[in-house]
Ligand binder design. Structure first.
Ligand code: 0A1
Ligand code: ZN
Length: 887
C-alpha cells in the first residue's frame, strides 16, 4: 500500500513522457493467489521527451520475476526493481521490447484496485493508477497503446473470460483443465482503461445495429440466477447507444460491448474499453427488489459509462488534472440523456438537489478544489462532486452562453480534432471559442477558481417610468490556497413574471446604462462577467416577480431580495418549472431559518398560513405532473438547512424546526395529501417509466408528510402499504415512513423486511441504510449493534457505505453534541484504512463541514480528526483528506 509520504503532483510541472509504449501484449494466467502476468511492451523514445532519459515504469506492491530487453536478460547494474518502480538507467535510443513477468495475488487484494476477486470472479479496476498493481508500466493517461490480452484460467472456475476489444481466439489447453481467450483492442488506449474478467457468470445477450449498419453484440454478465435482473440495464444500453448517435452523432466502434456486474466495487462503474465493469447495484433490478430511483440510477450509470466511449476513451485526458474533461462532460451527457428519456425539469431539479447536497458543501469547506485542480497528493481523492457535477455545470453554462447550435458544432469539432488524443481542457474549450467566435478566456476561470459564487440580486420597480431595474452582483469567498477571487462569467437566465405571464425583456442598447445585447434579450440569458451589472427593463406595465437563474443556469448561491409575495407568485405561475420549485424551496428556507433562530432563543416557532396555502394549491394541481409535485412538496433537507445557515450550525435546532414545519404542514394539508394518495393508487403492474414512477414518488412523499403531521394515521396507511405493496418502491417507501415512527411497529416492519429479503444483498443494503439514517439518539446503539450483525462486513464497500455511510449522513446523529458520532466514524475510517484506503478516505469526507458546526461540536470533530491524523501508517488517501480537513 502506498503510505502517507506521497509527494505533490503539480499541473504546472507536466512533461510529456520520455517513452511511448505502442503495443502491449499481455499473457495473464489466472490463479487464485498467484496469477502470472507476462507483459511484452513495445517501447520507443518519445520524440517530444528527453533523449536518453532513464526509463522508469510505475509499480505498486510489485516484484518482477523476469525482465528481458529484446529477449535478453538485463544486467543488475542496469536495472533497478522495487515495489514502486522499475528503472532502466540507459535504455536503447531506438525502439525495443521489454518483457516483464510479475506474480500478483488477487485473493489478497482488499483495496479492489488492480486484479482482485469479487465473489467467485476475477476482475480488474485500473483507473486511476491500478494497472501498476498488475504489471510495471508507464501508468499515465497520455501513454496510449494497442493491447492484445491472452487470459488463461481453470475452465471450471472461470468459464467466461472477457477482455477489452474483440475476441480473436479461444480454446482449451490440451491435456489440462485450463482454457484461454485472446482479446484484441485495436483502439490505442491508456492503461487505466484496461480490464479483464474471468468467472463463472450468467449472461444475457442482445445486439445493436449502428446507424451506419454495423452490428454490435451486447452482453451483460451477472451472478448466475440474476440474469432476469439485467434486462432493464440492457434496455437502457440500447436506448443510450441510439441517443448518442442522434444527440451527438457518435457511433460505437467495436464488434462487442460487454458489461460485467460485480458486488465488490469501490465506485459506481468503470468505462473500460468495450468491457465496462459495474457495481452490481447499477445493473440489477426487478420490480420487487429495486426502487424507481434505482431504475433511474441504472439508466444514468449505464449511459454514463457508455458515453465515455467517446468522451474519455476515444478522446482521453492528457493527465489526471484534466479529469473533468472526461467526467464533467460525460455527466453532462448522461444528464441530457436522462432528461430526454424522462421529464427535463424534474431531472434538473434532482440534479440541483444533488449538486447542492454534495458539491456545495465540498466547495465551501476545507476540501474545496478547482474543477481542474492545480495539485494533488492522491488522485483517487479527486473523483469528487466538484470534478463530476460542477464539471457538468460548467459545460451546461458553456452551452447557455454560446447557444445550443454553436455548442453542437463545438462538440463536433472536438470529436473530429481530438479523436485519438490525450487532450486538455484548453483543447476542448478552443473548439467552442473557434465555432462561436467568442473569447472564452474569462470562462476558463470556472476551471481554475474554486468556491461557489454568491449571486446577489436586488430589484426596484419605477411605476412612473415603467422600468424595472435589476442589479446583479457576484462574489466568491476565499477557499484553501485561493484568498482572492476574480469575477466569473455567469449566465443568468431571466424572466419577469407579470399577471398575464412573462413580460418582454426590452433594455437599452448594450453600451447604455442598464443595457443588454439583442442576443441576451432574445434568449433571456444575461451575462454577468464583472462584479456587478445593472439591467434596466423598459415598458414594464406592472411590478413583475423576477424569476432569476431559470433552470439553475449557473452553479451559484442566489441571494434574493424578493419579498415573500414574489416567491409565492413564482411558485404558482412561473413558466420555468425549476424556478417554480425553487420559489417554494426559498420560501421554506426562509421560514425554517427563522424557526431555527426562534428555537435557539428558547421560543416556539409560529406556523405560516400563506406557505401552507401555496403548497395546497400545488398539491391540488398534482394530476398535471405528479413527479414535479413530489419535488415541490419535499421540503429542504436538514443538510440543506445546515448549508443555508452556514455558521454555528446546531443540528438539533434544525431538526426541530424542520419537524415542526412538516408537522404543521402535514396536519393542515392532510385532506389534499390523502386525496392525491388515493387518486394515485393503482393495481396496474409495475412499470419503471417516468410517469408511473412520478405517481409513486408523489404517493410516497404525500404519505411521508401525512405521517409527519399525524403519526398514527401515517403509520396505519404505511403499514397497509408495506404489507400490500407489490414493488420495492412502495414497500420501501412505506418502510421509510415507518422507520421514522418509534415503537414496536417499526421494529416489526424492519424485521419482516429483513426476513423477506435476507438473501438479496442489494436489498439488505437498503435495510442497513435506512436504519443508519434514523434521527434519534438510539441510532448510535442501533448502528453499533448492526455492526455485529452477521450480514455486516468491512469487506464489501456497498455494505460499509450502507450502514456507516448513511450514519455519517445523519445530520443529528453523526454530529451528536457529545462527539460520539464523530468518534465512531473516525474509528471505522482507521479500521478500514489498512484494508481499503479509497473507501476509508471517502468516508472521512463526512467531516467536510465540521468547521461550520457550533463550537462544542467543532471541538469534538477536531479531536476525532486529530486522532486519525496521529495514527501510524495511514494510507496516502486518508492522510491527504485528514490533513486538508484540519488545515
Ligand atoms: N471513471 C469512472 C469512475 C471510477 C473511478 C475510479 C475507480 O476506481 C476505483 C472506479 C471508477 C466513472 O466515471 O464512472
Ligand atoms: Zn465517468
Amino acid at each position: 500500500m502506498r503510505t502517507d509520504t506521497a509527494q505533490p503532483v503539480r499541473l504546472s510541472e507536466y512533461r510529456a513522457p520520455d517513452y511511448l509504449i505502442d503495443h502491449v501484449d499481455l499473457d495473464i494466467r489466472l490463479h487464485l493467489s498467484a496469477t502470472h502476468v507476462r507483459a511484452r511492451l513495445s517501447i520507443r523514445p518519445n520524440p517530444l521527451g528527453r533523449p536518453g532519459a532513464p526509463l522508469t515504469l510505475d509499480g505498486d506492491g510489485l516484484s518482477a520475476t523476469t525482465v528481458l530487453l529484446d529477449g535478453g536478460a538485463l544486467d543488475l547494474g542496469v536495472i533497478a526493481i522495487g515495489p514502486e518502480r522499475l528503472t532502466i538507467a540507459e535504455p536503447p535510443r531506438k525502439a525495443f521490447e521489454l518483457t516483464i513477468d510479475t506474480i500478483v495475488d488477487p485473493s489478497a487484494n482488499t483495496q479492489l484496485m488492480g486484479l482482485y476477486r469479487s465473489g467467485s470472479a476475477y476482475c480488474t479496476q485500473c483507473e486511476a493508477e491500478g494497472f501498476r498493481r498488475i504489471t510495471y508500466f508507464l501508468d499515465r493517461p497520455d501513454v496510449l497503446s494497442v493491447y492484445t490480452t491472452r487470459i488463461e484460467a481453470e475452465k471450471a472456475q472461470a468459464p467466461v473470460l472477457l477482455g477489452n476489444g474483440n475476441l480473436v481466439e479461444s480454446g482449451d489447453i490440451p491435456g489440462s483443465s485450463r482454457h484461454y481467450a485472446i482479446w484484441h483492442d485495436p483502439h490505442p488506449k491508456p492503461c487505466y482503461l484496461f480490464a479483464l474478467v474471468g468467472g463463472d457468470l450468467g449472461s444475457i445477450h442482445d445486439a445493436f445495429t449502428t446507424r451506419s449498419g454495423r452490428e454490435v453484440k451486447l452482453g451483460i454478465y451477472v451472478e448466475h440466477g440474476k440474469e432476469s435482473r439485467a434486462a432493464y440495464a440492457m434496455d437502457a444500453l440500447k436506448r443510450c447507444m441510439r441517443w448518442d448517435e442522434e444527440a451527438f452523432g457518435r457511433e460505437y466502434d467495436l464488434d462487442v460491448f460487454n458489461i460485467v456486474a460485480v458486488s465488490d466495487f469501490n465506485m459506481g462503474a468503470m468505462e473500460n474499453k468495450g468491457l465496462n465493469v459495474f457495481n452490481d447495484k447499477y445493473v440489477l433490478a426487478l420490480p420487487g427488489t429495486a426502487t424507481d430511483l434505482d431504475y433511474a440510477h441504472i439508466e444514468a450509470v449505464i449511459a454514463h459509462e457508455y458515453f465515455h466511449n467517446w468522451t474519455g476513451n476515444r478522446i482521453t485526458c492528457r493527465d489526471w488534472f484534466q479529469l473533468c474533461l472526461k467526467e464533467g462532460l460525460t455527466v453532462f451527457r448522461d444528464q441530457e440523456f436522462s432528461s430526454d428519456q424522462r421529464s427535463r425539469p424534474v431531472k434538473r431539479i434532482s440534479d440541483i438537489r444533488a449538486l447542492r447536497a454534495a458539491q456545495f458543501p465540498e466547495d465551501g469547506g476545507p476540501l474545496a478544489h478547482n474543477v481542474r485542480p492545480d495539485t494533488y497528493l492522491e488522485i483517487n481523492n479527486f473523483y469528487t462532486p466538484t470534478i463530476y457535477e460542477k464539471g457538468a455545470e460548467v459545460i451546461r453554462m458553456l452551452k447557455a452562453l454560446i447557444g445550443a447550435e454553436a455548442f453542437r458544432r463545438g462538440m463536433d469539432l472536438y470529436f473530429e480534432r481530438c479523436d485519438g488524443m490525450a487532450a486538455t481542457v484548453e483543447d476542448f474549450i478552443a473548439c467552442f471559442a473557434e465555432v462561436s467566435g467568442r473569447d472564452l478566456a474569462q470562462f476558463m476561470r470556472w476551471y481554475s477558481q474554486a468556491g461557489t459564487p454568491t449571486l446577489k440580486a436586488t430589484s426596484a420597480y419605477d411605476t412612473s417610468a415603467r422600468t424595472f431595474t435589476l442589479t446583479l452582483a457576484q462574489s466568491t469567498a476565499p477557499t484553501p490556497g485561493q484568498p482572492d477571487k476574480q469575477p466569473l462569467v455567469i449566465p443568468v437566465a431571466l424572466g419577469l413574471v407579470g399577471s398575464g405571464g412573462d413580460l418582454p425583456l426590452t433594455t437599452p442598447a448594450p453600451h447604455e446604462d442598464g443595457g443588454a445585447s439583442a442576443r441576451e434579450c432574445a434568449s433571456g440569458v444575461f451575462e454577468l462577467a464583472t462584479e456587478t451589472r445593472k439591467l434596466v427593463f423598459h415598458d414594464i406595465a406592472e411590478r413583475p416577480a423576477p424569476s432569476i437563474l431559470r433552470g439553475f443556469s449557473a452553479p451559484v448561491k442566489l441571494d434574493l431580495d424578493s419579498p415573500a409575495e414574489d416567491l409565492l407568485t413564482l411558485a404558482a405561475r412561473d413558466t420555468d418549472l425549476v424556478n417554480r420549485w425553487q420559489a417554494i424551496q426559498t420560501s421554506a428556507n426562509r421560514l425554517l431559518a427563522a424557526s431555527v433562530a426562534t428555537i435557539r432563543m428558547g421560543d416556539v416557532p409560529a406556523p405560516d398560513a400563506r406557505f401552507a396555502e401555496a403548497l395546497a394549491s400545488v398539491i391540488d394541481a398534482f394530476a398535471a405532473d405528479p413527479a414535479f409535485t413530489a419535488q415541490a412538496i419535499s421540503l429542504p433537507t436538514e443538510a440543506d438547512m445546515a448549508r443555508e445557515i452556514g455558521v454555528d450550525v446546531d443540528p438539533d435546532a434544525i431538526h426541530m424546526a424542520r419537524r415542526e414545519l412538516r408537522r404543521s404542514l402535514g396536519l393542515q394539508l392532510q385532506p389534499q395529501l390523502l386525496k392525491a394518495y388515493e387518486a394515485l393508487s393503482t393495481d396496474a403492474p409495475y412499470s419503471p417509466d417516468a410517469r408511473s414512477a412520478g405517481a409513486r414518488a408523489l404517493r410516497n412523499t404525500a404519505l411521508d408528510l401525512i405521517a409527519a403531521g399525524d403519526a398514527r394515521t401515517g403509520a396505519d396507511i404505511a403499514m397497509r402499504q408495506f404489507q400490500s405493496a407489490h414493488n420495492m418502491t412502495d414497500q420501501f417507501g412505506a418502510l421509510a415512513v415507518l422507520s421514522m415512527i418509534p415503537g414496536d411497529q417499526r421494529e416489526q416492519a424492519l424485521d419482516a423486511f429483513y426476513r423477506t429479503h435476507a438473501a438479496d444483498h442489494l436489498v439488505v443494503d437498503k435495510w442497513f441504510a435506512l436504519q443508519g439514517l434514523i434521527p434519534e439518539a438510539s441510532t448510535f446503539e442501533r448502528v453499533q449493534t448492526l455492526m455485529q450483525h452477521h450480514a455486516f462486513t468491512y469487506a464489501n464497500p456497498n455494505r460499509l457505505r450502507s450502514l456507516i455511510g448513511s450514519f455519517a449522513a445523519n445530520l443529528t446523529q453523526f454530529h451528536a453534541a457529545d462527539g460520539r458520532g464523530y468518534d465512531l466514524i473516525a474509528s471505522v475510517v482507521l479500521e478500514m484504512d489498512s484494508r481499503n484506503p479509497q473507501v476509508a478516505a471517502r468516508l472521512l469526507g463526512a467531516f467536510r463541514t465540521w468547521r461550520s458546526m457550533e463550537a462544542g461540536r467543532r471541538l469534538h470533530a477536531q479531536a476525532a480528526l486529530q486522532r486519525v491524523a496521529e495514527a501510524q501508517g495511514l494510507s496516502a488517501d486518508v492522510r491527504d483528506i485528514v490533513d486538508r480537513s484540519l488545515a
